[in-house]
Design a protein around this ligand. Structure first.
Ligand code: GCW
Length: 741
């Protein structure tokens, strides 16, 4: 029951075996001696479909490492048998026997060296181990892993103030083993820096996933609540293993139906499966729900009947799901209803829901992703304009959820000016794990560097060092409720994320949500070791691929600060020529503003003055052509084609250079990956190899389409070293993708 994959891989092996037996009978008795060989072969080679994620627990083959581990982990104790402690027990039993290739028994007292002891700080056997001060410091979720002597015996203790903390500690310990780390002298304290660490699923009730590239939604609503897919448990387990403690099940483009009694029972069934793994359930609340499912004629947040409708709804939810997390709301954005439909503010709307949730300790995550084409203002400025004046007017259980950048999950954006701009309101940072604008399901783009770039950006809100991460973790302005959200990339494809390397982005989000000070390299390394192998050479090569991948995507898609020039609506592939649509802020020409003089969006004081939303000296740096980092150049400036870049090239040449460098990087990724053939299973090797072929083809497509298009404005020849497009701009412009996901 711990892993559906265990059953499946056995099934796969059984089927193959079955086929082979038939073949053998056909060949007659003479072949009998090959029979044994064939069985052995069948049992050792089975499909590596990626289902097991980073929780593979492969048998350790390095004898030195194995012997040490066997000496330090001979038996284990799990104090208590709560639901979560039972999960820990089962995980240890499964993981340790797999890793060590021998049975590790559960015992009930410390009698021997090599005892692994898991329990909360209040359990009798551990009460004296952790001092009061430390206990307070650990909070509800922090854990300790210590090498100590108990009854004179060498033990490893995993402890924390709650079962959930011990679960996190257990997964951390198993990660140490999986990465072949030293466990002989352990003294680890780990406390999550951010409290609410949630995935946002943009999953619809018909199981379609908005911006999902890995199949259908994991939630099989139709069969719930009776049918519990084993995958739900594996999902919760995967999240717990990286410290994610909440999940918003439904799309922010919300359907009120999920709040009906019929659906709430389904939600409760999921919550029951997730609970032992410390994973809380949240829902998106459609603002017009009182009308759509409540039979009311208005959803005006200041009308008492509407408020009491929400209070009753919330109380109904908690009667079914006592630990329900709260609501995520997208209001008055991209057609979603909201308080402004009634002339009320975002604060009026958020506070109404917050009041209903407060008695149960529920929270509201209210999104700041608002912009309106009818407002004659740079889209990049609108969220700040709307929310900055509301700072300090929200109830204490409201968090404002802000995307990493001011437009929309582009391959590169400067940090959102609301970070630092709302000192009196806790902000949730929202990142996209799914790769809507980043090659979707087929490009290998490791996103930790993108997440880190935002988290490490200095807002200067309280002088130097006021980085976004400190805004989010509450330390800069002293907030207690803190949160971070990642738009999930999971679906019902066998390997969860479509692209195998998409798993790394889920993993990295969780690890950074727990500890934003980890480096992208560290996280990549962990993931590679857990997902593939501990072979150092292999790890180095894959790490290299991952670490160049994000910059590669920026270069072949939107170099030098370009943004939002993807295909109309589906956002697949290049389409910088998109114009004349019903909303200007959904066209490409709105963003790149190319003309015969130059290219880029002037957001300086002479233009939209978006730079003024940043603190000094950031505003000055972004707003001054010579000071602006070139990676953001065309985000903030309209720059002449002959402008001299730091490389000595003109802007036009530099643009061609970047697009070419992007393609070259993908080719390098391909070359590196190809050196790994035979070092891992064929299935995963081929899966990645073929996807890299698509990525190279599409990188070239991006380069050719964009350079040919921008050339119509620059009116300059391609540099000599430029690999010339083999077709015309019209060809690219005529491509259409009616069935793009
Ligand atoms: O990135 C854009 C997407 C929409 C999405 C919206 C949002 C859920 O294209 O599909 O809607 O952002 O974040 O609300």
């Amino acid at each position: 029951m711990i892993l559906e994959s265990k059953i499946l891989s056995l099934k796969e092996r059984y089927c193959t075996l079955h086929k082979n037996i038939i073949v053998l009978i056909w060949y007659g008795k003479k072949m009998r001696r090959y029979f044994i060989l064939l069985i052995v072969f069948t049992f050792t080679t089975f499909a590596e479909d990626g289902y097991r994620l980073w929780l593979r627990y492969e048998r350790i083959t390095d004898s030195k490492v194995l012997n040490t581990y066997r000496a330090y982990i001979k038996e284990f104790i799990v104090v208590d048998s709560t639901e979560t402690m039972n999960v820990i027990r089962e995980e240890l039993r499964y993981a340790l026997s797999n890793y060590l290739g021998c049975k590790v028994n559960e015992v009930y007292e410390v009698k021997n060296d090599g005892t692994l002891l898991c329990g909360t700080t209040s359990s009798p056997i551990l009460r004296t181990v952790v001092r009061e001060v430390k206990r307070r410091e650990l909070g509800d979720e922090g854990f300790m892993i210590l090498s100590i002597r108990i009854n004179g015996k060498q033990c490893i203790v995993i402890t924390g103030n709650s079962d959930k903390a011990v679960l996190y500690g257990t997964f951390h310990f198993l990660r140490l083993i999986g990465t072949h780390s030293d466990i002989t002298k352990l003294s680890i304290i780990s406390i999550p820096k951010i409290k609410i660490r949630v995935l946002n699923h943009w999953d619809n009730l018909d199981r379609k996933v908005e911006r999902g590239y890995a199949g259908l939604s994991l939630w099989d609503w139709h069969k719930l609540p009776e049918y519990i897919d084993p995958r739900y448990r594996d999902y919760a387990r995967a999240n717990a293993s990286i410290g994610i403690n909440g999940t918003v099940l439904t799309n922010v483009n919300a359907n009120a139906y999920v709040l009906t009694p019929q659906y709430l029972r389904k939600v409760a069934a999921l919550a029951n499966v997730f609970r032992p793994y410390g994973l809380k359930v949240y829902l998106t609340a459609r603002f017009s729900a009182p009308i759509e499912i409540g039979g009311m004629h208005t959803a005006d947040p200041l009308i008492p009947e509407v408020r009491s409708w929400w209070r009753r709804k919330v109380s109904e939810i908690y009667s079914l799901i006592p630990d329900f997390g709260g609501f995520l709301v997208k209001a008055n954005s991209e057609g979603q209803p909201g308080p402004q439909n009634y002339g009320r503010s975002h604060a009026d709307g958020a506070n109404m829901l917050a009041e209903a949730l407060a008695p149960y300790n529920g929270i509201v995550m209210w999104r700041a992703f608002v912009y309106d084409n009818s407002i004659p203002e740079d889209r990049a400025k609108q969220a700040y304009n709307e929310f900055k004046p509301l700072d300090g007017t929200f109830h204490s259980n409201v968090l404002i959820q802000v995307k990493n950048g001011p437009i929309d999950f582009q391959p590169r954006e400067p940090f959102h000016p609301l970070f630092g701009g709302m000192p009196n309101t806790p902000l949730v940072a929202e990142f996209q794990i799914t790769q809507e604008y980043l090659g979707q399901g087929t490009h290998l783009v490791y996103l930790a560097p993108l997440f880190k770039e935002c988290l490490d950006s200095d807002t200067y809100a309280k002088g130097e060092g006021s980085i976004v991460a400190k805004v989010i973790d509450g330390s800069l302005f002293g907030h207690n409720v803190t949160g971070i959200a990642g738009v999930a990339n999971t679906g019902n494809e066998r390997n969860w994320t479509g692209h195998l390397f998409g798993q790394a982005n889920w993993y990295a989000f969780g690890r950074l949500a727990w500890d934003h000070s980890l480096s992208s390299e560290e996280i990549a390394q962990e993931w590679i070791r857990l997902t593939f192998t501990n072979n150092n050479e292999f790890v180095l090569i894959v790490k290299q691929i991952m670490m160049i991948s994000r910059e590669a995507a920026v270069l072949y898609m939107t170099p030098l600060g370009l943004h939002h020039i993807m295909g109309w609506d589906h956002h697949y592939g290049p389409a910088p020529w998109i114009k004349d649509k019903h909303r200007a802020d959904w066209t490409s020409v709105y963003y790149h503003r190319a003309d015969t003089l130059g290219i880029g969006f002037d957001r300086t004081a002479k233009g939209s003055n978006a730079v003024a939303q940043y603190f000094s000296p950031v505003a000055l740096q972004f707003g001054t052509l010579e000071l602006c980092p070139e990676k953001y150049l065309l985000w903030f400036h309209h720059v002449p084609w002959d402008y001299r870049m730091r490389s000595g090239r003109t802007l036009w040449e530099e643009l061609c250079y970047c697009y070419s460098a992007g393609v070259d990087s993908v080719r390098k990724m391909q070359r590196l990956w190809n050196t790994l053939e035979h070092q891992i299973d064929e299935e995963r090797f081929d899966h990645v190899r073929m996807l890299l072929t698509i990525q190279e083809k599409e990188a070239r497509w991006w380069k050719n389409a964009c350079c040919l298009y921008f050339q119509t404005f620059s009116r300059r020849p391609f540099p000599e070293w430029f690999e010339k497009p083999d077709t015309t701009l019209e060809y690219y412009q005529n491509l259409s993708f009616p069935f793009a996901p």
